[in-house]
Design a protein around this ligand. Structure first.
Ligand SMILES: C[S@@+](CC[C@H](N)C(=O)[O-])C[C@H]1O[C@@H](n2cnc3c(N)ncnc32)[C@H](O)[C@@H]1O
Length: 250
C-alpha cells in the first residue's frame, strides 16, 4: 500500500475516481501523465507499478521529479499514446484523467485502440473528463478562441469535450464492458489560473499565424481572460469499464 506521503497533493477528483476501483497490486498505465496527479494517486493507492505515458518532455520530467524519487514502482515513458512501446496485454489497470479532452476526434479512436491492445483480460479502465459545456458558458468563448487558433495553426482543435456516453460507447466498441459512471465535479470550478493557462495556449497558437489572422485572436483571448476572471460551470465525470476475457472489438 501507500508509503510515506505519496498521497499528498492528489486532487479530490482523482481520489474519488479511484475510490471504488481495485488499484492495489495492479500494473497500471496512466495515459497522459500531465503533472502527475493520477500517477501520484495510483502510487498512493498501492499500485504494483505505474507506467506514466506522456508525449510532453516537460511533463515527463515533472512526473519523474514529483513521483520518481519516492517510488521504484514508477516508469515514465515519453511516447505517443497512439503507438506506445508497451507490450500487448501488459497492464491490468488504465487511467485517462483529463486526457480525452486534449485528443482531437481523429486521435481519440487510435488511442482507444492502443489502450485496448495494452490492457490484459479483466483489466480496469477509468476515463475522467469534462462534459460539453452549456451554450451560455463564458469559458466556452475562451475555449473557442483557443480552438480557432489551434485549428488554423495545426489543423486540429486544442480541446474537445466529449459526452460521457460517447466515450463509453467508443470503448464498448473496442470490446470493453461498461461498469459505472459518477460525477466528480458539478459545477467545474474554472479558476483564474485555468483561464490564464488557456488564454496563454490560445496566444501561443495565434503567434504561429500570420498577424492578420493571429492578432485578432490574441486580442479576443486577452479580453476574455480579463472579463471572465473565473467561472463555475459544466460537469466532470468518471466512466469505469472492464475488459471481459476473450473480448473482441465490435
Ligand atoms: C491534461 S494532461 C492530463 C492530466 C493528468 N492525467 C493528471 O492526472 O495530472 C494531458 C496529458 O496528455 C498528454 N498527451 C496528449 N496527447 C497525447 C498523445 N497523443 N500521446 C501521449 N500523451 C499525450 C499531454 O502531453 C499531457 O501530458
Amino acid at each position: 500500500m501507500a508509503s510515506g506521503n505519496e498521497g499528498a497533493g492528489v486532487p479530490r477528483t482523482v481520489k474519488a475516481a479511484l475510490a471504488d476501483r481495485p488499484v492495489a497490486g495492479r500494473v497500471c498505465l496512466e495515459a497522459g501523465a500531465g503533472v502527475g496527479n493520477t500517477t501520484a494517486g495510483l502510487l498512493a493507492a498501492g499500485a504494483k507499478r505505474v507506467y506514466a505515458v506522456t508525449d510532453d518532455p516537460e511533463h515527463a520530467a515533472l512526473v519523474r521529479e514529483r513521483c520518481g524519487g519516492k517510488s521504484n514502482r514508477l516508469v515514465v515513458i515519453e511516447a505517443d499514446l497512439r503507438e506506445t512501446p508497451l507490450r500487448t496485454d501488459s497492464v491490468d489497470f488504465v487511467t485517462a484523467h483529463g486526457l480525452c479532452n486534449v485528443l482531437a476526434p481523429a486521435a481519440l479512436d487510435s488511442v482507444a485502440a492502443e489502450l485496448t491492445r495494452i490492457a490484459s483480460p479483466r483489466a480496469h479502465l477509468v476515463l475522467d473528463d469534462y462534459a460539453p459545456l452549456p451554450d451560455d458558458a463564458a469559458v466556452g468563448d475562451l475555449f473557442a478562441v483557443e480552438n480557432a487558433a489551434s485549428e488554423l495553426a495545426d489543423g486540429r482543435p486544442a480541446l474537445s469535450f466529449y459526452p460521457a456516453r460517447l466515450l463509453r460507447r467508443l470503448f464498448v466498441g473496442h470490446g470493453w464492458a461498461f461498469d459505472r459512471e459518477k460525477t466528480l465535479l458539478d459545477p467545474v470550478p474554472w479558476t483564474a489560473n485555468h483561464l490564464s493557462a488557456h488564454a496563454a495556449a490560445a496566444r501561443h497558437a495565434a503567434a504561429r499565424l500570420p498577424p492578420g489572422l493571429g492578432d485578432p485572436l490574441v486580442k479576443r483571448a486577452d479580453e476574455l481572460e480579463a472579463t471572465i476572471g473565473s467561472e463555475s460551470v459544466g460537469r466532470m465525470y468518471s466512466v469505469a469499464l472492464t475488459l471481459p476475457e476473450g473480448s473482441e472489438p465490435a
